[in-house]
Every structure is written in structure tokens, then in C-alpha cells.
Design a binder for this molecule. Structure first.
Ligand SMILES: Cc1cc2nc3c(=O)[nH]c(=O)nc-3n(C[C@H](O)[C@H](O)[C@H](O)COP(=O)(O)O)c2cc1C
Length: 325
């Protein structure tokens, strides 16, 4: 059987499959289950920037929130931060696989110093899920991009563990952004986050959330960019996320150049034990193709290694449109 071990953010993974940030990684029980069923690492459920800001402003909180309800809300939020740090400590004590906490944020204000508490709790790396929603037409893309850069610069000053950025694809030039992240010391990219999207219920005439869970065909939005990003002459690790519903899907991302592959929706649908099936599928595929190590095929079909790189640059279906009546 092929050896599934992989390297991501300088960490040794026994499998390239990582259980991505969600409720599936929110308790010690869930984390143990992930390890027992073959996960290579776990990314903990995200702590939100707002929770951290409540926590770090603890000294002024009681006078700032004189009403009982506000105080309870404050207490719950700051308490959840303590619980989070405990979860990291407990996970590090009882798991062998790397533990990667996650922070969800949209500004570089206040909270960044807190990342050191996460490092001190024993985290192997940290994942920052960042998206700044461009809702102001008077602000340029450069204004928005600056927030990402300031955030990374602040963060890299306080932590020495590897930092991965979980990003969306909504940049004018995602490769430029990746280069800028790299220049500021980002160690890894998680491409691409799948955001909450609004939908419309035409019967109720209301805005409702679009499907929380992904489908396998969503890989198409990510694959090209992993193939492109992994072909750059910079050393920044890549973890693929979105649309991984089988071992075959994981192989696709690895062939495109991902160093690891994160899994979420399919584990909600099929249970955490499905990781075992996915690992088996990858190993069997490797055997069939004569690969004994993941590194032997990782990136084999990326932009630089594939014989015909223009397939990644093409966006229009010209050939198909002309033949499909
Ligand atoms: C119920 C649910 C909760 C999630 N919570 C988080 C979260 O707290 N932080 C985060 O970075 N991503 C979160 N995600 C996004 C997943 O980690 C993942 O990136 C996304 O679902 C795409 O992967 P998938 O196609 O395998 O589901 C969540 C996803 C789901 C479905």
C-alpha cells in the first residue's frame, strides 16, 4: 500500500486529509474520533474576532455592560475563549496528529495579539479565516487588500508557529495576493473558503441561506487556482478546501499541487469514519498508478508540470460552444 504521509506547514501528517474547521472539530471527543479514523490533522472550529475582543477587554467589561443580559452575554463570550484555549491544551495532550486552531476575522484590530495565547496553549500552527466584505463603492480593492496585509504583519510579529490564511477567491488577482502574503511570511494558504451565501425563497419571498454543505462539482472553482498557485516559484504550502467528497476528489487536488486536502461537508453527510474510505481510495489509486509516496504525484498536473498549461488559462468554452448546437 502507498505511503500517505504528507508535509504541510512544516508538520508531518500521516495522511494529507485534514478535518477542516467546523462543529466536527469543536470538542475533544470529535477530535479523537477524527484521529481514530485516519485524519492527518485537525483544524479546530473557529473562534471569532468578536469573541476575542470581548475576552481581551475583560477589565472594562463589567462597567461597560451594567445590564444583566449584557453581562451574561459578555461572560459567555469570554468564557468560550477560555474553553477554546483549554480545548487546544487538551487536544495537544491526547492527540498525536497536529492541532491547528482557527480564527475567523475581518479586521486587523485589537485581536491579533491574542494569537500568542493560542501558540502558548500548544497549537502546532494557526489558521486565519479572513474575508473583508467590500460593501463600500468608494473604497478601492487596494484599500481592502491593505487590511489583509496589516493583519498578517501584526500577526507575524506575535507568533512563531506557522500561519495559514484561509482565503476566498474574490480578489482581482489572486496570484498577486498570494505573492504579497508570501512576502509577509505567510506559511500556508487554505484555498478557498466556502462562504455563507444568501438565496431567495420565491414562495415565502424571503432571503434564506443557500446550501450550507458543498457538492463535489464545486471543486471546479478551486482546482485551477491551486494548479496556478502551486506552480509559482515561491514556497508557500497549499491546503485545498471545498468540494472534497471522495478520495478521488482529494487525489485531484493533490495532482493540482495541494500539500494537504481539507474535508468537511462529506463528513457531515457520511460520518467521520468516511475518512477511512477516503484514505483507502487514495492508497488504492496510488497502487494502481505505481506511486509509493504522495510526493511522487503531488503537483504532477499543475500549471507548470502539465504538458499543456494553456488549459488553465482558458476561460471560454470556445471549442465546445462551436460544436454544441
Ligand atoms: C456547518 C459548517 C461550519 C463551518 N464552520 C467553519 C468555521 O468555524 N471556520 C471556518 O474557517 N470554516 C468553517 N466552515 C467551512 C469549512 O471548514 C470548509 O472550508 C467548507 O465547508 C468547504 O469544505 P467542504 O466542501 O468540504 O464542506 C464550516 C462549514 C460548515 C459546513
Amino acid at each position: 500500500m502507498g505511503n500517505l504521509s504528507a508535509k504541510y506547514l512544516g508538520l508531518n501528517l500521516r495522511s494529507p486529509l485534514i478535518v477542516s474547521s467546523s462543529r466536527l472539530t469543536s470538542t475533544l471527543g470529535h477530535l479523537r474520533e477524527a484521529e481514530d479514523h485516519g485524519a492527518g490533522a485537525v483544524v479546530l472550529k473557529s473562534l471569532f474576532e468578536e469573541q476575542i475582543n470581548f475576552y481581551i477587554h475583560a477589565a472594562s467589561a463589567i462597567s461597560a455592560y451594567p445590564e444583566a443580559d449584557d453581562y451574561i452575554s459578555y461572560y459567555t463570550k469570554s468564557h468560550s475563549v477560555e474553553e477554546y484555549l483549554n480545548l487546544i491544551r487538551e487536544a495537544k495532550k491526547s492527540l498525536e496528529i497536529p492541532v491547528i486552531p482557527s480564527i475567523n476575522c475581518y479586521t486587523s484590530e485589537s485581536w491579533t495579539g491574542f494569537a500568542r495565547n493560542i501558540e502558548e496553549a500548544g497549537a502546532d500552527a494557526i489558521e486565519i479565516n479572513v474575508f473583508v466584505m467590500p460593501v463600500d463603492r468608494k473604497k478601492s480593492s487596494a484599500d481592502t487588500e491593505k487590511i489583509y496585509f496589516q493583519l498578517i504583519e501584526k500577526l507575524k510579529k506575535v507568533v512563531s508557529i506557522p500561519v495559514a490564511l484561509k482565503i476566498g477567491f474574490r480578489f482581482s488577482n489572486v496570484l498577486y495576493m498570494i505573492d504579497q502574503f508570501y512576502l509577509r511570511g505567510v506559511d500556508g494558504l487554505v484555498m478557498f473558503n466556502r462562504f455563507y451565501e444568501p438565496d431567495i425563497d420565491i414562495n415565502k419571498m424571503e432571503i434564506v441561506p443557500a446550501s450550507i454543505f458543498s457538492s463535489a462539482n464545486e471543486i471546479r472553482y478551486v482546482l485551477r487556482w491551486i494548479a496556478m498557485a502551486s506552480s509559482q516559484d515561491i514556497r508557500i504550502d497549499i491546503s485545498a478546501t471545498t468540494g472534497v467528497h471522495s478520495g478521488e476528489d482529494a487525489v485531484r487536488y493533490l495532482l493540482a499541487g495541494a500539500d494537504s486536502v481539507q474535508v468537511c461537508s462529506v463528513l457531515y453527510e457520511k460520518g467521520i469514519a468516511y475518512l477511512e474510505t477516503m484514505n483507502e481510495t487514495i492508497a488504492k489509486w496510488m497502487d494502481n498508478k505505481g506511486f509509493s509516496e504522495v510526493s511522487e504525484f503531488k503537483g504532477k498536473l499543475n500549471h507548470i508540470n502539465y504538458g499543456n498549461p494553456s488549459v488553465f488559462e482558458r476561460t471560454q468554452f470556445m471549442k465546445y460552444f462551436s460544436s454544441v448546437e
